[in-house]
Write a protein that binds this ligand. Structure first.
Ligand SMILES: O=C(O)CCC(=O)C(=O)O
Ligand SMILES: [Fe+2]
Length: 286
């Protein structure tokens, strides 16, 4: 069972109002999600193999696809990084990235759009328990992706999202702010890399205006996020990593994207400051 190919008028209106739309059961858990989970199970095994670690795991079952990952992290955090880099090359993941339903949703939510897949804008997040360094602080997607201002993030969990595992938090309706200025941290060598170094300017004032929602979604569910909706990672206090899919699409017909030629941002080796200097201030300049 997966999406029936249509969105109701109420869903389209809710997305326009909230900058966010949850579509339960968008993906088929057996044919879309389980093959990705199985691929991850295989990659974890290959990382074990590469490092001479005996693989004593049970055979793959979807609910426990990430068995063996916490012990890898405990042994050496860099092995987690190897898994992270490898899993976005799983064929079933790339197949789902290009699923025609993403284009259909894009065109239903953005009338007249010409959808594109943001190169470097897709991946599988692994938000590990009690780890802060790679949590996404409050942000809009556009500065870290560029391509077009009216893009969409397709976010979907590979594990059941519970309060303890740290659901993503969204400021409902915050896309109405338009493009928000950011602070950069050019002079701090200890700052997190790339997009992680950006902070919303006047973050507290922005946040207090909006209701925060933290959807508890299940594998197969889809969260569609406007590129301007302010959101942040939750805190994972559970014993399991929070695995989730991100596919990002943009619009070739967006005036801002047409203006800069659909350039990518940090993941494409571009510094956001060079494309939108008017939106940037160094943290030291405040
Ligand atoms: O999953 C998360 O913690 C953050 C997700 C996010 O920022 C995104 O998908 O754009
Ligand atoms: Fe994001």
């Amino acid at each position: 069972m997966s999406w029936n190919g249509s969105l109701s008028g109420a869903q389209v209106a809710a997305f326009a109002r909230d900058g966010l739309l949850i579509i339960p059961g968008f993906y088929d858990v057996d044919s879309d999600i389980a093959p990705i989970q199985s691929g991850i199970h295989g990659v974890i095994g290959q990382v074990m193999k590469r490092h001479g670690i005996a693989d004593a795991r049970a055979p793959f079952v979807p609910e426990h696809f990430d068995d063996g990952y916490q012990p890898l992290l405990a042994r050496d955090r860099s092995l987690g990084g190897e898994v992270y880099d490898a899993v976005k090359q799983i064929p079933a993941f790339i197949r789902l990235l290009g699923n025609p339903n993403h284009e259909i949703v894009f065109k239903l939510l953005r009338k007249g759009a010409i959808p594109g897949i943001a190169a470097g804008g897709y991946g599988i997040r692994i938000d590990n328990p009690n780890e802060d360094r790679f949590r996404a602080a409050w942000h809009q997607e556009y500065p870290s992706q560029l391509r077009s201002r009216d893009g969409l993030v397709f976010w979907s969990p590979l594990v059941q999202i519970t309060p303890a595992i740290g659901p993503v938090q969204f400021c409902r309706g915050s896309h109405a702010e338009g493009l928000l200025p950011v602070l950069t941290r050019s002079d701090n060598p200890d700052a997190a890399p790339g997009a992680y170094a950006l902070r919303l300017r006047d973050e507290a004032q922005v946040l207090q205006k909006y209701e925060r929602i933290a959807p508890l979604t299940s594998p197969g569910d889809l969260v569609v996020v406007d590129f301007l909706t302010v959101h942040a990672s939750g805190f994972n206090n559970s014993g399991r990593s929070r695995w989730s899919l991100q596919f990002r699409y943009f619009n070739f017909d967006d005036p801002v994207g047409l203006g800069h030629g659909w350039k990518g941002s940090f993941a494409a080796g571009v510094d956001f400051r060079t494309i939108h200097p008017e939106l940037c201030a160094d943290e030291g300049e405040r």
